[in-house]
Design a protein around this ligand. Sequence first.
Ligand SMILES: Nc1ncnc2c1ncn2[C@@H]1O[C@H](COP(=O)(O)OP(=O)(O)O)[C@@H](O)[C@H]1O
Ligand SMILES: [Mg+2]
Length: 341
Amino acid sequence: MKRKSRRINFRFWQKHMAIDLGTTNTLIYVPRKGVVLQEPSVVALRDGAVIAAGEEAYRMLGRTPVGIKAERPIQGGVIADFDLTRKMLQHFISRVVKVYPMLKLRAIVTVPYGTTQVERRAVLTAGKRAGVKETYLIEEPIAAAIGSGLPVAEPRGSFVVNFGGGVTEIAAISLGGIVLAQSLRQGGETIDETIMRYINRRYRLDIGLSTAEEAKRLAGYATDPPPELTYVFRGINLYSRIPDTLEVKAQEITEAMEPVLSNLATAIRQVFEQIPPQLATDVMNDGILLAGGGALLKNLDLYLSRQINLPVYVVDDPFTCAVRGASEALRYLDRLELQRG
Ligand SMILES: Nc1ncnc2c1ncn2[C@@H]1O[C@H](COP(=O)(O)OP(=O)(O)O)[C@@H](O)[C@H]1O
Ligand SMILES: [Mg+2]
C-alpha cells in the first residue's frame, strides 16, 4: 500500500504533453486526458505583453486599434517570430498546466519537415523558457503517421500527406524515419485565397478570407460536387461599393480550387516516383494517408486517387492526428531518434 501512494506522488511532479505547433492551429494533448487545447496560432499583444491568444486573438486579426497588435507567430510552416512563438507557447501551456519550478514537465513538439537547425533550436529554447524541462522534437509527418496507426518503427513503407493551413508535407516513412519527403508551400489557406480571387475577378465581389474558408468547408468538393448544392457569398460589390450577396454553384468552387489540388497531385506523384521499389510496393498495397485539417476537404481522397492511381484514405480525425501521434511517440522515445533539448 505504501509503495502505491509513493508512486502517485511521483506522478504528481511529472507531466507529459504533446504540442502540435501548427501554422493555423496549436493543439496540446495530455496522455490519458486527450486533446486539452485546440486554438488558432494567433497572439494579441499590447506593449509587448500578451493580452489574448488563440480564438480570442484570432477574432482581433485585422481589427486591432492603435497600440494592440494581433499576429501569427508561425507562417508558412516556419517560425516567423521567435519571441511571439515563445509567448504563445507559454500562454497555452499555462492554460493547461500549472507550471511551478519543481514540475518535471516533458513535452514533445511537432516541427514541420525541413525545419532548419536554427528553427529547431528556437523551438527547444521556446519550450525551455515556457517552463518545459525536457523538450523533444518530432517531425510532423512522422507524428501524423504514428497518429494514424501506421507501423512507422517497422521496416514497412508508409506514405503520408499532411495537408495543413500554410504547408503540405508529403512523406514516405520507414523504420521511424523519413525516407523521402517534400514540403509544398501551399495548404488550406492557399485554397481560401484562390476562391477569394476567383469570386473577386469573375463576379467583382470583394469577399474576405474567412468567407472563402467557410465556402470551402461547407460547399467545397475536390471533385463530384452535388449538382444542386450552392453557396451564398456575402461581400462588397466592387462597382457599387455596397454590400451584396451572390449564389454560386458548388461546381464552380470545385473548378476554382482545381489548380491548387492539381499541384498537390503532381507533387505526390513526384515523391512516389522517387521512392525505392520495395517501399513503393508497400504504398501500393496500403495506400496514401491524408492527415491535417485540409484532409477534411470533401472528396479529396477520391480526387487524388483518380489523379495518381493509388488508393488514398483520410485518417480518423485528421485535425488531431499529429498531436495524438506525438503523444504516442513519448512512449517509445528510445526507438525514435528525436532531437532533445
Ligand atoms: N471541413 C474542411 N474542409 C476543408 N478544409 C478544412 C476543413 N476544416 C478545416 N480545414 C482547413 O484545414 C486547415 C488547417 O489545418 P491544420 O492541420 O490545423 O493546419 P496547421 O497544421 O498548418 O495548423 C485550414 O486551412 C482549414 O481551412
Ligand atoms: Mg499541422
